[in-house]
Design a protein around this ligand. Structure first.
Ligand code: NAP
Length: 294
């Protein structure tokens, strides 16, 4: 068997079209232009690339985009003041503070200063709580992207055994909530789980968000299962070069799984588009307009 390749790039492109059309409609019908502000402290090259891509995508979709670049030695007070200023700015509907922050800064305090209505990464305790209550309209971007891929490639997941490996606030926990809300039987595993291969072999859908290159082996996968690889790991490819791999041993897993996401071109492609979707939703919510459904 060779697995169906889950084409995140193609799904992301389709969603992007819908968002662009809705942004155009909002502008002409309501004079509303969604605005996204990104904040980056320091000059980590990978973070700079991520933030630049977010700004470019926002602009390509007709959003207003603003970027705040702060020096690596910025104080907590300066960062908090900036986040509060953006929270009060009516032309900014979504605020993204690129994480991780430099070590001397307190992330939790920064998230507390962020207006939850503008928290397009859905990392504030308010949005995490709303998700648990089944009342969130801003949902963490990567888990939201995974749910869209599952909807497209699996359909109804009610009653399916789903394993999420990884329990981070950014991915594992919100993903488990969304899967549960979709009526899956959800198991969460982490670094203290015992006999992970045996747990994995029971899963109809295996979601790996670990950050360990190719940890999940082909013989952990139930034949025909759907494999969603969230991991993005840069490894040495020899000759001074590097390449990206996921948390799943992709080449071997393809022979066992029913469907699988590649890295890159799978989950990662969805994340940035889901961020734009959140910005659009935030703009509508802040202006008393019906929330777009895609
Ligand atoms: P994280 O905060 O480092 O969490 C990793 C999780 O994996 C933790 O819960 C940890 O368990 C668990 N873990 C570590 N080693 C394990 C092992 N040997 N067996 C089982 N579980 C293990 O990472 P994250 O932010 O969730 O990200 C995970 C991966 O996804 C990274 O590669 C990241 O780059 C990628 N990612 C991609 C996107 C995207 O857009 N595609 C978005 C977000 C993240 P403990 O809790 O017990 O420590």
């Amino acid at each position: 068997m060779t697995a169906t390749i889950i084409d995140g790039k193609a799904s992301a492109a389709r969603l992007r079209e819908k968002i662009a059309a809705e942004a155009t409609r909002l502008k002409s019908a309501h004079g509303l232009q969604p605005g996204l502000a990104t904040v980056l402290v320091g000059n980590d090259p990978a973070s700079e690339v991520y933030v630049r891509n977010k700004g470019k995508t926002a602009e390509a979709l007709g959003f207003k985009s603003a970027h705040v670049a702060l020096a690596a030695d910025t104080t907590q007070e300066t960062l908090l003041a900036k986040v509060q200023e953006l929270s009060a700015d009516k032309s900014v509907h979504g605020i993204l503070v690129q994480l991780p922050l430099p070590k001397h800064l307190d992330e939790a305090q920064v998230l507390d200063a962020l207006d939850p209505a503008k928290d397009v990464d859905a990392l504030t305790p308010t949005n995490a709580g709303l998700l648990m209550s089944g009342r969130a309209h801003l949902v963490s971007c990567t888990p939201a992207g995974v749910m869209l891929l599952l909807k497209e490639y699996v359909g109804d997941i009610a009653g399916k055994d789903v394993l999420v490996i990884g329990r981070s606030l950014l991915f594992g926990k919100p993903a488990a909530q969304l899967l549960l809300a979709a009526n899956a039987t959800v198991t969460m595993a982490h670094s203290r789980s015992r006999d992970l291969p045996a747990i994995a072999r029971r899963a109809d859908i295996l979601v790996a968000a670990i950050g360990k290159p190719e940890l999940v082996k082909a013989d952990w996968i139930k034949p025909g299962a759907t494999v969603i690889d969230v991991g993005i790991n840069r490894i040495d490819a020899g000759g001074g070069k590097t390449r990206l791999v996921g948390d799943v041993d992709y080449e071997a897993a393809r022979a066992v799984a029913g469907a699988i996401t590649p890295v890159p071109g799978g989950v990662g492609a969805m994340t940035i588009v889901c961020l734009m979707q959140n910005t659009l939703i935030a703009a509508c919510a802040q202006n008393g307009l019906p929330l777009p459904k895609f």
